[in-house]
Design a protein around this ligand. Structure first.
Ligand code: SAM
Ligand code: TMP
Ligand code: ZN
Length: 407
């Protein structure tokens, strides 16, 4: 069995699921780019020492996060509301001092920091991807087009002083060089400041068999226990956790300097729940791996049957997650005619590795297909609300989380 070294503690990582040869999940090639696509082996394991679940192989960060990175956080109305609410909560709680300062890691198109900017609160976002960073800047957000790490964090500490809040959404789990991040947090955080991050939760991934949460950018799959252990290595402490419904189930972790704040009861409760569920047992993770293979086989069988019956199937949402599904299951244009997506940067291109054409959202009703495979299942409520006409026209949704079903 292949092994890797834990990026948190240096322990041995034992593999429990191999999702095979995979492309970059957010690299949508043109026809000309297809022969040059980059592939790596996507497999995931758990550290036997600190229990952190992580990928067995790293993709170099510049391959994933570059000028043309096509993911725009503001593409979902639910996520816009989520981040506006998050910003308002910080403004009402942590950012009430005389001259507060907030730092965001992975500020993308400014979906959160624009509310902080509008409140005239000092802030800076670290965002290495030029195009999304330019969108944020056009909204008035102050952005550094740089990766956050120990060095860039120390530079901001020097120029701007300590941060009351350091925040990262759907970004910390993307970063294998996490020691450098936590050293940066240590350099930049005010004495009573908080480092808050939210990412997909391993507990939800196992419950829902949402194996598509595993892809190049999602290097770590966090649990409260593993985060608490990691924090302690850097003189930080996990002082609060909050379950979030967004993106298929996340946890928001709040870290403070060790001893600075009293941990809430929610921390011990979530760690106890993880213990009761045996979330850090290889047997639990191997069961998850077996469920993943079952979902793959069921999904491929359903798609093949529907196509054999002459039905048209299209994909809905060219998500990064869907790269794992289509490549692991071998779903190409023979099964799914096209994938519709609202993101201009993805349209007119092909899905990574499997080369299904990506078309604008408007193609979906022109005319409606017989079946739609819901790749953007994490945005289901928002999508069902706006696509009611599809069901009325006789269309059916194919879903594969937590198992394969047609509705
Ligand atoms: N925070 C947004 C959200 O939740 O929608 C964006 C999430 S997006 C999936 C991840 C972002 O993290 C990308 O915009 C990427 O460029 C950025 N990123 C990756 N590594 C980073 C680093 N070391 N420092 C700052 N940003 C980083
Ligand atoms: P995400 O799951 O990483 O947030 O990606 C969602 C993708 O789905 C993104 O490419 C935008 C697309 N999308 C649609 O096409 N229609 C929608 O209604 C929503 C919410 C997202
Ligand atoms: Zn470890």
């Amino acid at each position: 069995m292949p092994s890797a070294t834990c990026q948190v503690c240096g322990g041995a990582v034992e593999e429990f699921l191999d999702l095979g040869r995979q492309p970059l999940s957010d690299n949508f090639p043109t026809a000309r780019d297809i022969p040059h696509e980059f592939f790596y082996r996507l497999a995931v394991g758990m550290c036997g020492t600190c229990t952190m679940v992580q990928l067995m192989e790293q993709v170099p960060r510049e391959r994933m996060f570059h000028y043309d990175y096509p993911y725009y956080s503001s593409g979902s109305s639910v996520m816009r509301a989520h981040f506006e609410g998050t910003a308002r909560r910080f403004l009402d709680t942590e950012l009430t001092g005389p001259d507060p300062f907030m730092v965001e890691i992975g500020s993308n198109d400014g979906v959160l920091l624009k509310t902080i900017h509008q409140a005239n609160v000092r802030h800076v976002g670290f965002e290495p991807c030029g195009k999304v960073a330019e969108t944020a800047a056009s909204r008035g957000v102050r952005v550094l087009e740089e990766f956050f790490d120990a060095d860039s964090a120390a530079a901001v500490r020097k120029s701007d002083g300590p941060a009351d809040v350091i925040f990262a959404a759907n970004t910390l789990c993307h970063i294998p060089y996490i020691s450098s991040i936590l050293e940066g947090v240590d350099a930049l955080l005010a004495e009573n400041g908080v480092f808050v991050f939210e990412d997909p939760y391993l507990g939800d991934i196992v419950t829902r068999t949402s194996f598509d949460q595993i892809y190049d950018e999602h290097f770590f799959l966090f649990t409260a226990r593993a985060v608490a252990t990691m924090a302690a290595r850097f003189d930080l402490e996990l002082v609060d956790v909050e379950r979030l419904p967004v993106h298929g189930g996340e946890v928001r972790y709040t870290l403070a300097r060790a001893g600075a704040r009293k941990p809430t009861d929610a921390v011990a409760a979530l760690i106890a729940e993880e213990h009761a569920r045996r979330l850090a047992d290889m047997q639990t993770l191997q069961r998850f791996a077996a469920n993943t293979v079952r979902v793959r086989d069921d999904l491929v069988a359903v798609l093949r049957r529907l196509r054999a019956e002459g039905h048209e199937i299209v994909g809905y949402g060219a998500t990064a997650k869907s790269a794992t599904v289509t490549n692991f299951c071998g779903i190409g244009p023979d099964l799914v005619s096209y994938v519709c997506d609202t993101t201009p940067a993805k349209q007119g291109r092909f899905t990574p590795g499997t080369h299904i054409p990506v078309q604008p959202a408007e193609s979906f009703g022109d005319p409606f297909p017989d079946f739609a495979l819901l790749f953007a299942w994490n945005h289901a409520d928002e999508i069902m609300a706006k696509e009611q006409e599809f069901r009325r026209a006789g269309g059916r949704w194919i879903r594969y989380v937590p198992d394969v079903h047609i509705i």
